[in-house]
Design a protein around this ligand. Sequence first.
Ligand code: 5GP
Length: 115
Amino acid sequence: MAEETIFGKILSGEIPSQKVYSDAEFYAFRDVNPAAPTHILIVPRKPIPKVTDLTEADAALAGRMLLAANKIAEQEGLTEKGFRYVINCGEWGGQTVFHLHLHILGGRAMAWPPG
Ligand code: 5GP
């Protein structure tokens, strides 16, 4: 069992969050320190620490996370202009919370390459 993170506490309701989407498998909420006008985090309820910890058994979950994110992007009006998905992995990837999450960033044009 992975160590409980701040996202574990958000999932259990111990720490409040601004809910955007919820289903049996995922929970999405607004980032407390937004890097774009729209910045949402989608988190699987299963506490997988990093994207590289996904296994074959999680293949459908990983796919459904993208499909749920697409639903959220549509709901948030991001799909027409475009937006960005980000998964930070490990120290050099800039990951600070070790519970897998996908960032949904939109509402402005994104620079490439990222800093
Ligand atoms: P990472 O750097 O791990 O990819 O992303 C973690 C994200 O979680 C950061 O963008 C950070 O602002 C956000 N975050 C950290 N703690 C909290 C919190 O307590 N509530 C919310 N809503 N977001 C948080």
